[in-house]
Ligand binder design. Structure first.
Ligand code: AMP
Length: 594
């Protein structure tokens, strides 16, 4: 396929935020692709070159891309900078500066653009900057204006067509799996285990739905994480678990999926499947020692530990290590971490995803040689509310945020990428009569006044409605931001700015600026109430009313570990609302900003 043709599809995708329309455009696009092109196009359309977990970074700096554009357009770098200042986007600047020039023949093929971009991403070491600029100039010279716009956006890591994985899965299922529900489930299951859309697509295109049987768990390829439902009280937890369950401490840290190869080589993945290995070298070093029988894939929660007392410390301590490339040694000493393992997905004998949880947990205990740093998550099987309460209190006293109840039933397999009642979380906040913290997606910004003039004064947050695949507003939050945080907001949010309300966002409020749902942050509040202007779980409790968080306050915690669809869901908010009706809440005493 010519890249110019692909770009016409991008224009159509860019013009809509409706999932059904996107799916239709994608199906049409799939019809036009050869199996070889399929993978490349699916990666490119998500702004990627390889599956996310491989960490192939395209993000070329603006200055470098500007230099390449200047050279390709025969302009000075100053002219380009000035044009970008006016347009606000290097992509559209490229489009207009290159418009008067005729692209060099022959026209670009998708495969060539992909190869060029991969070369740019992979160039490293001495002279790599020149190599990147050179490769980019070569592409831009052969590209038409619209093609250049997209090439520049991809190169800068700012494509953002808004095509989510779930929409691509829909399109794949429609084209290759007969559009049936069972087919869609198989496609998603294959993706949940391989975490690689392009691989799934290629198998479907060449071997049909049967080909998906080839997708097996492999060391080095992260599995999408199994997720928990929540419950309002321990009696409810027990009744959902048929009176008996394994309770575990719910550690408040970072989820880590560790892949340890036979030779001991270890890679760590976050819940979003990013490679965390560089951030926790001590875990990479110690895991093979703790897991002598390999290969294995294990999961656990990484939490900061006080080296003097061995007590668990607040999550904020470990988040300070995120994204830090420097000072790693110092951080290791200052913020030592401990990994509490709670599951095993693959053992030397093979994948364990289909085994029940009790079998997996027993296998984990056999495989692990615990040490200071790598330990087993604390667990107790309970059969009464009293026992459960005692274990819960113990977990809070140990610095955890609550408990995770895990089903002991035969069907308690590892459900990659799925949220269900096989795991139920129950957190401390419920017992204090306060609403649990909520992970909200930023969908809008309101201009500030007074001291906040010229900045955002408050943000519009939404929860994710899984059933409808859309985002529903539940609060406007302005408290809890410090001056530095406020000053940073415009830059943080810039990449997601939109000119109009996205189709997949529902709110009765109109912010001064809409954002593509991307950034997730944690808020707390006094209670959930019914509101005519917010749209979370609209109509579920009372017609014409959604759920709203009263006195919301930003906790200071950006959930960079969560994507928009990992945020708190509308269904979870509803559970929270119902749980507080049973347990009347006290006012947290926050100030109303909304
Ligand atoms: P939440 O992020 O509130 O939805 O809670 C789910 C998260 O709790 C998981 O993704 C893990 O990161 C974390 N977690 C802490 N302790 C455990 C445990 N014992 N079992 C499973 N997940 C745990």
């Amino acid at each position: 396929m010519r890249f110019a043709d692909l770009v016409t599809f991008y224009d159509r995708l860019d013009a809509t935020t409706k999932r059904l329309e996107m799916r239709a455009v994608l199906v049409e696009l799939l019809d036009r692709l050869s199996p070889e092109e399929l993978g490349e196009v699916l990666y490119l359309s998500q702004g990627l070159l390889r599956p996310e977990y491989e960490g192939v970074e395209l993000g070329v700096a603006d200055s470098l891309a500007g230099r390449a554009l200047a050279e390709a357009a025969g302009r000075s770098e100053e002219e380009v900078t000035e044009a970008v200042r006016v347009s606000g986007d290097l992509g559209t600047t490229g489009e207009s500066l290159l418009a008067p020039l005729r692209p060099h023949p022959p026209p670009l093929e998708v495969t060539e653009v992909y190869a060029g971009l991969l070369a740019i991403a992979k160039a490293s070491g001495e002279g790599s900057q020149e190599a990147k600029v050179g490769a980019l100039v070569a592409l831009l010279r052969r590209a038409g204006p619209s093609e250049s716009k997209y090439i520049l956006r991809i190169v800068l890591g700012r494509l953002r067509l808004g095509v989510r994985e779930m929409t691509i899965l829909d399109a794949l299922a429609q084209k290759y799996a007969g559009g049936t529900r069972a087919g869609r489930e198989k496609v998603e299951a294959a993706f949940n285990v391989s975490s690689d859309l392009a691989r799934v697509a290629r198998l479907l295109a060449t071997e049909g739905i049967e080909g998906l049987a080839k997708v097996r768990l492999e060391v080095g390829r992260p599995v999408r994480a199994m997720l928990a439902e929540r419950s309002p009280d321990l009696a409810d937890v027990l009744s959902r678990m048929d009176g008996r369950t394994a309770l575990e401490y719910k550690y408040d840290g970072l989820r880590v999926q560790a892949h340890v190869r036979e030779d001991g080589t270890t890679r760590l993945f976050s819940r979003r499947l990013e490679d965390l290995s560089g951030q926790f070298p001590e875990l990479v070093r110690d895991l093979p020692r703790a897991l002598p029988h390999r290969p294995v894939i294990v999961e656990g929660e990484c939490v900061p530990i006080d080296p003097d007392t061995d007590e668990i410390r607040p999550f904020q301590d470990v988040s300070r290590r995120r994204g830090r490339k420097y000072d790693l040694e110092r951080m290791q000493a200052e913020v030592p971490v401990c990994l509490f393992l709670f599951d095993v997905l693959l053992a030397p004998e093979g994948p364990l995803l289909d085994r029940s949880f009790p079998l997996r947990r027993a296998r984990l205990a056999e495989l692990l040689r615990p040490d200071e740093r790598i330990r087993l998550a604390k667990q107790q099987v309970v059969a009464s509310v009293d026992e459960a309460q005692a274990f819960f209190d113990e977990s809070i006293a140990a610095g955890c945020e609550g408990v995770m109840a895990k089903s002991l039933a035969e069907g308690s397999t590892y459900r990659a990428g799925a949220r269900g009642f096989w795991w139920i979380k129950y957190k401390r906040e419920y017992t204090q009569g306060l609403a649990d913290s909520i992970d909200g997606v930023v969908v809008g910004g309101f201009s500030g006044r007074g001291r906040r003039a010229g900045r955002y004064g408050a943000l519009l947050l939404a929860v994710y409605n899984e059933a409808e695949d859309r985002f529903e507003s539940f609060c406007k939050v302005g408290s809890g931001f410090d001056d530095v945080g406020l000053a940073e907001l415009p830059t943080r949010l810039k990449p997601y700015e939109l000119d109009s309300a996205p189709e997949d966002v529902m709110s009765g409020l109109t912010p001064d600026r809409w954002f593509r749902p991307s950034l997730v942050l944690e808020v707390r509040g006094a209670e959930l109430s019914l509101s005519p202007i917010h749209r979370a779980a609209f109509g579920a409790i009372r017609p014409g009313a959604g759920l709203a968080l009263r006195f919301p306050r930003f906790t200071g915690r950006y959930r960079d570990d969560k994507g928009p669809t990992d945020a708190t869901t509308a269904a979870e908010l509803l559970t929270l609302y119902r749980s507080q009706v049973k347990q009347p809440v006290r006012d947290a005493g926050g100030s109303a900003e909304a």
